[in-house]
Write a protein of this length. Structure first.
Lengths: 367, 367
């Protein structure tokens, strides 16, 4: 690996400087309009190219067309409530699951990672996971075609990781992840196990698998594709979404800084406050903003509207143009978004409450 | 690590050139007469210093004296029948288990290693394992105080391996094992998980654990002791036995060369034949042997008598002296041993047959 092609760090917290460069370097394909419209349904994340790139997404298009089995898979480290970043992945799983009755959604609760990395005991992460799965259900996951499991209980993944370890060299791991503590390589092999699980005999054998991820997780995708070839499995497909920035705009939204993130369990009033202090693309003064217009490209509030909270393209375009031309000030946007978000949270939290029992039985039922 | 302190290879097949040097280098303690007689019962392997070294064996002596819990643990890769080498470990487990009613014997069926290293499917290794466990029972294992498990089914070991991986650096692994493919480090962490399993909450918490092993497995013991300190567990104890040579005397007995090993499933007639072609310490001619005496130290037949088949020390001493003085020829020894072995195998195989159902239920019962 040459110095100018530095590995992406799936465990880091910085935003990639330049998506384009990363895509070219690692051979990620751009999302095209043809591909967007090849699906039987549409989704704002696809239409707006928040899902900006992919690997072999056409495999899923083909499966849907031929009415053949495919899987969508992702997971979460159960260390806290769903935030907007984990919600985006959840929405993708739910969308791609909904496109065919031959689909299965796999969702891994990475409780061993929560234990090893964060010292969270399994009983504690179990309770957090119940909340996460209830969020997933409230967002629309079809429980009838979902396989939700905890790492600590899933023997098949452990078996896969063990077998895959025989086929990977240190130089491959170092080329993909950079030099790392062995725990990361260990964890990477287990994540490959998670990604391959839908293709095991226990789950009906080889099939296309779509993994919706941030581009920072691409190393796991590349390692999985590498290993798939060696074990005659279908190389997993991936769809890449832009990383969700923190409300203050500095880094990717993560549980490490609770004040700059929004969770689905936030009190709606608190959520409104967070929006009011979020980073915008506003100018120094009202006068300046009326004259020059705002900069929606830099604005976290506009990003939240685009990625999460405004469904109608026409409405979003209106916000964009009004901002650009100085007709709308940051207060207008914040007020509008605060209203949408607080209503969304109230409704979501109510739905979630009614689904907690189902979530618990999904997690505990297969023991 | 300096060049003169080369790591031992637990996956290799060569015999260590010099036990003494290894012991000094790695801080293994010598077996003393005091320690041998500190146990409430005696065993030929202890008395004859076939168990020539140990680490913290006194912990087990103490546990027995104080009537406190301890565990004995070992395991097998289920790739074939018990041979004399695996039988020796089994005998040690059974002996140390028998010394107290506070003991538990743990026995790991390393079916994931059989899958990853030897490509043996889990269903196939399961059947092999049923035979192995039946051998263990026929040799005298007390099933009431035994925990026998398959790697592929044991989630707690997987959890331990995952957690332990956070505390071990590559430089530690390289210092202990030498530079190796990542699968060996992966496997090493799982073996540490096996060794620590008896100390988990699920198994009653921290306690002394004795691992009877060949000195080639000492790297796993050292890594386990290193990790135990970091997780406030009792550093595992070990007792080291001499490696069982192949019948032809070149390398350690292993399943890789079936013609030079003896298994507990061998047809007694075949076993006799193998003994007749085993390496001895005999001289070039009868005349020479009568004049100079034989060399029992080099003789595999005498080793089999010492390690496995002659219980009475007085009888063994007689064989030794008669050989040394030229009063006894190799044919005499082979004839005597062939008779003992063929009777032993017949009796063992009969016992084993009656225990296969119990073995199967022990392996399948806890699913």
């Amino acid at each position: 690996m040459s110095d100018d092609k530095r590995p992406i760090d799936p465990w880091g917290s910085t935003l990639p400087a330049d998506y384009e460069t990363l895509m070219t370097e690692f051979g990620i394909e751009q999302m095209t309009n043809e591909l967007v419209s090849a699906f039987p349904l549409t989704h704002r994340l696809l239409r707006r190219k928040v899902e900006f790139g992919h690997r072999d997404l056409w495999r899923i298009v083909e499966s849907i067309k031929k009415n053949e089995a495919y899987a969508v898979m992702s997971g979460i480290k159960p260390t806290g409530d769903f935030h907007l970043g984990t919600m985006m992945t959840a929405e993708e799983i739910i969308f791609y699951q909904s496109l065919s009755d031959k689909s299965v959604a796999h969702y891994c609760i990475a409780d061993l990672e929560a234990l090893a990395d964060n010292g969270i005991p399994l009983e504690e992460s179990h309770e957090i996971a119940v909340g996460n799965v209830a969020d997933l259900l409230a967002l629309g996951l079809d429980a009838r075609r979902a396989y939700v499991y905890k790492q600590s209980e899933e023997k098949v993944v452990q078996r896969l990781a063990f077998v895959f370890s025989t086929s990977v060299t240190f130089s491959t791991l170092e080329a993909i992840y950079g030099p790392k503590h062995i725990k990361y390589y260990f964890s990477a092999l287990i994540q490959v196990g998670d990604i391959m699980l839908p293709q095991t005999e226990e789950h009906g054998g080889p099939k296309p698998v779509l993994v919706p991820v941030g581009i920072d997780q691409d190393p796991h995708i590349r390692l999985s594709r590498d290993i798939a070839k060696k074990f005659r499995l279908v190389p997993p497909s991936a769809v890449f979404h832009k990383l969700t920035r923190s409300l203050l705009g500095e880094e990717k939204m993560s549980k490490r800084n609770p004040m700059s993130m929004m969770t689905l369990s936030d009190n709606p009033k608190l959520a409104e406050k967070k929006i009011w202090s979020a980073l915008t693309g506003g100018r120094g003064t009202v006068e300046e903003q009326r004259r020059l217009g705002g900069e929606p490209e830099k604005c976290v509030v506009f990003e939240l509207m685009t990625n999460h909270f405004i469904e109608e393209d026409e409405e979003l375009r209106k916000v964009y143009l009004e901002c650009r031309t100085g007709a709308r000030l940051c207060g207008d946007c914040k007020s509008q978004l605060a209203d949408i978000v607080s209503k969304f949270l109230m409704k979501h939290q109510q739905k979630k409450e009614g689904l907690t029992d189902l979530a618990r039985s999904m997690l505990e039922g297969r023991r």
